[in-house]
Ligand binder design. Structure first.
Ligand SMILES: *Cc1c(COP(=O)(O)O)cnc(C)c1O
Length: 353
């Protein structure tokens, strides 16, 4: 093993949520959309296949960049596409964070950021949220070698949001770019896309995995000042998005009524889940994402997760050894269809009684 770089050999590696591939199950563990995506996507892909896939795709995915630029009211030079937003996060980390330098993230949040730092042989600083999932002054404190700060908004696993004013203040206080990971922003009341035009140290990432029902497609993008985009282009794989994903993602953006209806349905289900979970004895953190963070200090949650899992009901059990509040653990439950939620609540009621 000694031929492997030491930072790779010692890192644990990011472990994604469980993805069962066969059988019947209720899957509420990785925040996918429970509904099928817009039918326009299959049509667009079929058309592309008929035209042939013998040529390389557009390395810049300009078809999608134009659609995204129009949707968000920014010039297309502000957009870069990725093979899922995880690809985008890899590109950003490789662009800004060198060996021995520092990447900062809040805790608890998306664990992948830390793995990306480890790949660079860089340091990561996990700054605790306070008990109410607010940032502390430590989050903007200067530290030697600080090159990039990640902030998911809404946050995962909490679903909590920081206001645009708070994000602007964080960006102003930091000596380096701030990546606002907006994987769940379509479920929230506001977002930070236009702040990119005001402050080039704000970089926003998005994905079609959650709100567009396209987790299997692998498509994400970043909105950032064109000077940054030019650097990201040097770092990315030449053809990081395939021809089908580019037409599929563009088709997804063209079906506004699918999007509006689906977001309304999912938000309605989310709001209906809260009192039901509270009645079962959970504390539920107010969420602007498509999942709910549920804690229960008086009872260990792992056995509940296990029992559900044996019945093919998947939720995410998350223990955080450095989280000093409650028992440092919770269940993160994605918003499903109303039918899925009904079955979940019934089983939870039986397990907890
Ligand atoms: C799901 C998720 C992503 C990754 O999304 P992909 O586009 O599927 O790679 C990024 N950030 C956060 C916070 C997420 O929860």
């Amino acid at each position: 093993m000694s031929v492997v770089r030491n930072n790779i050999a010692v890192m644990p590696g990011y472990v994604p949520g469980e993805q069962p591939q066969s059988g019947r199950f209720i899957k509420l563990n990785t925040n996918e959309c429970p509904y099928l995506p817009s039918p326009r996507i299959a049509e667009a892909c079929l058309e592309k296949i008929r035209q042939g896939l013998n040529r390389y795709p557009d390395p810049m995915g300009n078809l999608f960049r134009r659609a995204a630029a129009e949707k968000f009211g920014v010039p297309m030079e502000f957009i870069l596409t990725g093979n899922g937003s995880d690809d985008i996060l890899t590109i950003l980390t490789r662009t800004f964070v060198g060996e021995g330098e520092t990447l900062r993230l809040p805790y608890p949040s998306y664990i992948l950021y830390k793995s990306l730092a480890q790949l660079q042989n860089a340091r990561s600083e996990e700054i605790l949220f306070d008990e109410n999932w607010r940032l502390t002054p430590e989050f903007t404190a200067p530290t030697p070698g600080l090159k990039l700060v990640y902030l998911p908004n809404p946050n995962s696993p909490s679903g909590t949001v920081l206001s645009r004013q708070e994000i602007l203040a964080v960006a102003d206080a930091l000596p380096c770019p701030l990546v606002v990971d907006e994987a769940y922003a379509d479920f929230a009341e506001e977002n930070c896309v236009d702040l990119v035009l005001q402050n080039r140290n704000i970089i926003v990432t998005r994905t079609l995995s959650k709100s567009y029902g396209l987790a299997g497609l692998r498509f994400g993008f970043v909105i950032a000042h064109p000077d940054w985009i030019q650097e990201f282009v040097k770092v990315k794989d030449s053809y990081n998005c395939d021809a089908l994903s580019i037409v599929a993602a563009t088709a997804a953006f063209s079906d506004e009524s699918w999007f509006v209806e689906t977001m309304a349905k999912m938000k309605k289900t989310r709001e209906a889940m809260v009192p039901q979970l509270e009645k079962l004895g959970f504390h539920v953190t107010p969420s602007q994402a498509n999942f709910l963070w549920c804690t229960m200090p008086q009872r260990p949650l792992r056995p509940i997760y296990q029992t559900l899992r044996e019945e093919n009901i998947f939720v995410r059990y998350m223990p955080y050894d450095r989280w000093p509040y409650g028992n440092g653990e919770g269940l993160r439950i994605s918003v499903g269809t109303d039918e899925e939620v009904e079955i979940l609540m019934k089983r939870l009621g039986e397990i907890l009684s």
